[in-house]
Structure formats: structure tokens, C-alpha cells
Design a protein around this ligand. Structure first.
Ligand SMILES: NC(=O)c1ccc[n+]([C@@H]2O[C@H](COP(=O)([O-])OP(=O)(O)OC[C@H]3O[C@@H](n4cnc5c(N)ncnc54)[C@H](OP(=O)(O)O)[C@@H]3O)[C@@H](O)[C@H]2O)c1
Length: 255
């Protein structure tokens, strides 16, 4: 595939899970991929090695997007590598938390919003000078931005703060799409359901797996590659008339 030949791409949180698969998919489509990571340096280097082994181009870069200067530090590195043009920006890095409502702390809440919302907000701001006509931004949202999952009841753990960060991202992509459309920049979200990664460790138990499969029309666990292939399509010319959209990639969850 050569849909992204000679294009540059940044994938945040590409050391593991959905980000990793997305970096590999974009490189397979021909892009030079910046593999961003937070703490998993070795894993990020292994993604770079995998891409290079398959004949692609990639470089690992690090920044903690949960800190107030993380976005600026990341953008500085990106600009020093790609120069004046970034074609594809995938905002994937994120954290999650499950707890009973009474057990959430202010620190939990702030960390979730700092990493999942403030980070992407300022990464876009800081990279605007290198985004231009034909560039694409994709945000990895979630099914839970629009649907309530888990058992009801105050005694049960819930992911409501995490879900709210994804709701904020869905609002942001529509605003970004409106603001950046006249510059020829498309902005979309991809909203996965349950995907088998470190984050969704509840699927490692039989009970958790049953919960996931119980809400899906398609009866297998989603894989990172199921999401990555959609991201690769959304940033390709085939999706040139799609902007401001959130595309469910969830095996038909909660139909
Ligand atoms: N898995 C699911 O079921 C699911 C469903 C819907 C949406 N999503 C969304 O998809 C995205 C990826 O999820 P995943 O399941 O692939 O998660 P994952 O396997 O836990 O990977 C998370 C990635 O984010 C990076 N990251 C986390 N905090 C960071 C920080 N402060 N600074 C920099 N990087 C940071 C991690 O980097 P390091 O390890 O290098 O620190 C890692 O590469 C997230 O936005 C998540 O909300 C996941």
C-alpha cells in the first residue's frame, strides 16, 4: 500500500496497544512515523525496529503528556524532525480508571483530564504551524463517550470520569474540524469499543470477556489492528470528504 507515501505521521502512545498497531499500519501505507511514548522506551524502540524490518521508516520520541509542558516538549521534537510539515497526527495516548463514584479523588480526575484532554488540546495547538492543506488529525475516542457501560449502582466500579474525557474529545474534534476546515485540515475521531490491550485488562478474565462479548453483535474481542486499519483509511484520500465525524469501531456494540 502506498496511500501515505512521502507523508509524515505522529502517533502518540505508540509503544503499546492501539497506538502501536496504528504506527505499524501507517508505516505500511508508506508514512514516515514518529512513534511517541511516555515511559515504555524499549517497547517504542521495538515498534521502530518492526517498522524498519518491514522496509518502513520510523523514529521513537518521548514526552509525558500528563505534565503541563509535555505537549510543547513533544511538538518541539516533532518539528525538529519533520521540519515544516506534518501530514498525519493521531492523538491516541490515554489512561483509564475504574472506581466506585465515592472512591474517585481529585488527583484521579485531574490526571485523567490532563492526559486525555489537556495533552491532545495543546499538542494540536503546538503543532498547528506544521499542519496544513491536506493534513489529518485523528483522535482515539471511545464508545463510552456516548454510551454507559458497566453495572449500574453506586456500589459498582464505573469509568465515568474516563468516559467524560472522551466526551470532551468528541466536542473538541467537532470544534477543531470547524476551525481548521478552511485550512484544508480534516479532523475526525475513531471510537473503539472493547479492544484487547493492557488498558482493557478486565477482558483477561472469563467474566470480563463475557461482558464485552455480551454487548457486541460480532462475537470476538476487538484487536488493536481493527482500529488501526480504520485510522489508516480515515487519513487517506479515500476519506477526503469526512471531517468532524466520530466513527464507531466496536463490532456493533450496544446496538
Ligand atoms: N483498549 C480499549 O478497550 C479502548 C477502547 C476505547 C478507546 N481506547 C483508547 O485508545 C487509546 C489507546 O488505548 P490502549 O488500549 O492501546 O492503551 P494502552 O495499551 O494502555 O496504551 C496506552 C498508550 O498511551 C501512552 N500514555 C499513557 N499515558 C501517557 C502519558 N502521560 N504520556 C505519554 N504517553 C502516555 C502509553 O505510553 P507508555 O507506555 O510509553 O507510557 C501507551 O503507549 C486510549 O486513548 C484509550 O482511551 C481504548
Amino acid at each position: 500500500m502506498t496511500a501515505l507515501l512521502n507523508k509524515t505521521a505522529l502517533v502518540t502512545g505508540a509503544s503499546r496497544g492501539i497506538g502501536r498497531a496504528t504506527a505499524v499500519a501507517l508505516a505500511r501505507a508508506g508514512a514516515y512515523v514518529l512513534v511517541h511514548y511516555g515511559r515504555s522506551a524499549q517497547k517504542a524502540e521495538s515498534v521502530v525496529a518492526e517498522i524498519q524490518m518491514k522496509g518502513g521508516r520510523a523514529t521513537a520520541i518521548s514526552a509525558d503528556l500528563g505534565t503541563s509542558d509535555g505537549a510543547a516538549l513533544l511538538a518541539k521534537q516533532v518539528r525538529s524532525i519533520v521540519g515544516d510539515r506534518l501530514d498525519v497526527l493521531v492523538l491516541n495516548a490515554g489512561i483509564s480508571k475504574s472506581a466506585a463514584v465515592a472512591d474517585y479523588t481529585v488527583e484521579d480526575f485531574d490526571k485523567l483530564f490532563a492526559t486525555n484532554v489537556r495533552g491532545p488540546f495543546f499538542v494540536v495547538q503546538q503543532l498547528l504551524p506544521v499542519l496544513g492543506e491536506g493534513s489529518n488529525i485523528v483522535v482515539i475516542s471511545s464508545l463510552v463517550a456516548r454510551m454507559v457501560v458497566g453495572k449500574p449502582g453506586l456500589e459498582n466500579p464505573s469509568i465515568l470520569a474516563y468516559a467524560s474525557t472522551k466526551g470532551a474529545l468528541e466536542t473538541l474534534i467537532r470544534n477543531w474540524a470547524g476551525i481548521l476546515g478552511p485550512s484544508g485540515i480534516r479532523v475526525n475521531a475513531v471510537a473503539p469499543g472493547v479492544i484487547d490491550t493492557d488498558m482493557s485488562n478486565f477482558t483477561k478474565t472469563e467474566a470480563g470477556r463475557e461482558v464485552a462479548l455480551g454487548m457486541q453483535a460480532l462475537k470476538r474481542l476487538g484487536k488493536p489492528e481493527d482500529v488501526a486499519d480504520v485510522v489508516a483509511f480515515v487519513v487517506s484520500d479515500g476519506a477526503r470528504w469526512i471531517t468532524g465525524a466520530s466513527i464507531p469501531v466496536d463490532g456493533g456494540s450496544k446496538l
